[in-house]
Design a protein around this ligand. Sequence first.
Ligand SMILES: [Zn+2]
Length: 196
Amino acid sequence: MLFTYRCDGCSRHIRGVCAHCKHEMLQQELPSVPGVIAAVSYDSTARHLVHGLKFHNHRGIAALFAEVMVERLSLNLELANVVTWAPTSKHRAHERGHDQAELIARAVSFRLGVPCRMLLRRTSSTSQTGQSRNARLIGPTFLARACSDVGQVLLIDDVVTTGSTLGHAATALREAGAIRVTCAAFAATPAPSERR
Ligand SMILES: [Zn+2]
């Protein structure tokens, strides 16, 4: 079958993600979000790719995200004894059959050779989508398992907006005994003042 496959980033007739999209992600400036390191801006390519992972379950994208994050954010073994993720609401994960943040965390852990463990549970069930900026600033809350044995945690999410979700999750991990928490996201939405 000709033309069955399309790049998730730009719809070129290519299986997987095309070289053009990958190059674009590797070359752009790093976005800046307080307290979080993020690999790319949540522009049209990143949006399409996240969409492909989230809603079409194209799991190869998680491996690509991990590759881009490890390279652009210089993620390494000194940063983490364990990789974890900020879980999406149970309802959303159930609807899709997977949690995209977990898929990315597992791909990063595989790439770094560091174990991936589920350390967090969401205690508020609201999802970020469709909420006002104020509601998002308050964000979801998390409970962490005892972390006194894990030391340094690399905490992963797919897209970060204000950083509040990862901030809450990181606080929960620290309160549970983690010594250092590094928050890393694949993509960051621009701050309101930078939006065009
Ligand atoms: Zn492409």
